[in-house]
Design a protein. Structure first.
Ligand code: GLV
Length: 316
């Protein structure tokens, strides 16, 4: 039996250079190891799986696995696995670089909406030099749903821009003086009814699937903005479409969809008040994430608990 370190890699992308890039970045941090494709026979010796959206059932076949690392912050792509090896820890990326990227995407969409970017671009096309009144961020209550590592960065960046920021978490938490904290289903209802801008950054779990439905959209102040950087399945898409078409919502900016890539025939494409992004709000950056991946691997090989462990029962 060899004790050689074998890492099985899969990222569901046609770009085959990514695996080599990870290998090159991890080599100075881990020393010698062998990186193999998750679907190769050699993956059966792998102690580590570094994966995004692996084919269902494949991880269950790898009995030597000690650690499964999600190549993204979300782990819903692993939760549909029926039989993850019991002996393996699961960790997700918590990369400050990605949290900042996501907060920049949220800010971009909020400011474009409230500073009327689309209208000014239309004026520009007409060579119309028309000035409109400007919003005051302090008059704009924003709700951030999901106050984990990413949500907290978003909330504090928005507070720094002068927005009136409210953070929602499942259980009671405190986020400091700049962010009003809400929790539980009562807190959720209070926020949907009072905030004018709603930012979803929640993980996909049985509790959050279909959370944003007609009932919730209708409880929001008329003209509210809805931003989703969480997961598409948290939204009842037909209800969002109806809320946009009726004017109940003033706009939506979406990076995630129930089905990705968003099909050509999807009615969202025809709604100018829905801004569509192809799941690019925060892309995994191997350069910044490699250190975290290496540290999880080193901890597990030394018999220690890695950081950013996923709780399979909680679902994130
Ligand atoms: C992206 O959606 C991620 O989960 O990292």
């Amino acid at each position: 039996m060899s004790s050689e370190l074998v890492i099985a890699y899969y990222d569901a992308s046609p770009d085959t250079t990514r695996q080599e890039r990870w290998q090159a970045l991890l080599t100075p941090l881990l020393g010698t190891f062998r990186m193999v494709g998750l679907l190769d026979a050699a993956a059966e010796q792998a102690q580590i799986a570094l994966v995004w959206s692996p084919p269902t059932g494949r991880l269950a076949q790898l009995s030597a696995l000690k650690l499964i690392i999600s190549l993204g912050q979300g782990v819903d792509h692993l939760m549909r696995e029926p039989d993850l090896p019991k002996s393996a820890h699961i960790v997700r990326l918590v990369d400050p670089n990605m949290s900042h990227a996501l907060s920049q995407w949220v800010i971009l969409n909020i400011l474009d909406h409230y500073r009327e970017g689309r209208l000014y671009r239309a004026y520009r096309a007409e060579k119309a030099f028309i000035q409109r009144p400007q919003i005051e961020t302090a008059d704009l209550p924003v709700a951030v749903y999901g106050m984990g590592a990413i949500g907290q960065v978003i909330a504090s960046q928005l507070a720094g821009l002068g927005f009136d920021v409210h953070g929602w978490s499942r259980t009671k938490r405190d986020f400091g003086s700049q962010i009003t904290a809400y929790h539980g289903s009562d807190g959720f209802r209070q926020l949907t009814q009072t905030c004018r801008c709603h930012v979803c950054i929640l993980p996909l779990t049985p509790e959050t699937e279909g959370l944003f439905s007609a009932e919730i959209f209708n409880s929001m102040p008329t003209g509210a903005l809805f931003i989703n950087g969480g997961r598409g399945k948290q939204v009842v898409e037909a209800d969002l479409l109806a809320a946009i078409r009726s004017g109940q919502l003033g706009g939506a900016a979406l990076d995630v969809f129930a089905v990705e890539p968003l099909p050509d025939s999807h009615p969202f494409w025809d709604e100018p008040n829905i801004t569509i992004w192809p799941h690019v709000a925060a892309q995994t950056n191997p350069e910044t994430a490699a250190r975290q991946v290496a540290s999880a691997i080193t901890s597990v090989l030394a018999g220690k608990r890695p950081e950013n462990l996923v709780d399979l029962v909680r679902g994130y």
